[in-house]
Design a protein around this ligand. Sequence first.
Ligand code: NDP
Length: 328
Amino acid sequence: MTFLAYRVEETEQGIQAAWQTLNDDDLPAGDVLIDVAYSSVNYKDALSASGNKGVTRAYPHTPGIDVAGTVLASNDPQFKTGDEVVVFGYDLGMNTAGGFGQHVRVPAGWVLHKPQTLSMAQAMAWGTAGFTAALSLQKLERAGIRPDAGPVVVTGATGGVGSVAVALLAKQGYEVVALSGKPEQENFLKGLGASRVIGRDEVLALKGKAMAKPLYQAAIDTVGGDLVSALIPQIQPEGAVTTCGMIAGVKIEASVFPFILRGVSLLGVDSVEIPLADKQAVLNKVADAWQLPQLEGMTTEIGRSELPAVLAAILAGQGVGRYRVNLQ
Ligand code: NDP
């Protein structure tokens, strides 16, 4: 069968991308062939679509690290034709043709059963960014962070991970401080439930300090670099900081003092390579106890023609909220 895919190619003029007609035979070998209804746009997709070799080694390539769709064919008994499924992470969209194509073929070990209480469209409003926000909150709660014990600050707050983190924390009753480089999005962030919006400069002013006034119980950091470095000394005793991203830098500068004098924990979050059972657990949780009705209002659904512009905006740090791609 033929289908449309957003193919990124290396040419003499540089990286070029266009929707092309492909055949199922062009897809890699795998157990489950999926008819993709929706994908979503994440920062990693913007890197892959712009030729970043740290994400995608070889082109031509179809990016898209998220998929919600219907099984067309399966040689694994766990999945049958017509099943609604979700795939996120592992190698999807990195070096395996991903969700910016109407068909994908993947190993059965990557495929999640979609809970009935979550539509395919809702699953892709969450997408990798949203699941990462949920995994971050899960890590904080396992570290003892509680709604009544002080504010939680979220960096990159208007971005995919950040915006869902703000909304999810607020829904669970946390006082949320949104840290954003987009002051014009204050109303958006307060609408998600942030009680206060602060700029990057307010935090960066404390860069280099070993210890500072402990303003926050915890942080969900999505950007890395100087911002998280400056936040760690501002965390309350026995507080915690999750780290998942590197848009602001891959290096963290910290003294040991917040860790040894205040018992602060630094918690890494990986949504890509965690066991399938852990992915299924987080998918089930957002379909149930952590349902987020306001997610639809913070998600922009785009068609195929709008994908290049959204990828460019995300690469430039200008995305706001979540972007779902309708592949039909
Ligand atoms: P988005 O592009 O949607 O959001 C990133 C946000 O970060 C921007 O909207 C902006 O928010 C802020 N930002 C951009 N540039 C800078 C900068 N130079 N300094 C400080 N802040 C900046 O990305 P995602 O939410 O999809 O991903 C966020 C990060 O998390 C990425 O690095 C991504 O690779 C990583 N990630 C990791 C995962 C994992 O499993 N570990 C899974 C998913 C994502 P604002 O203007 O509001 O400050």
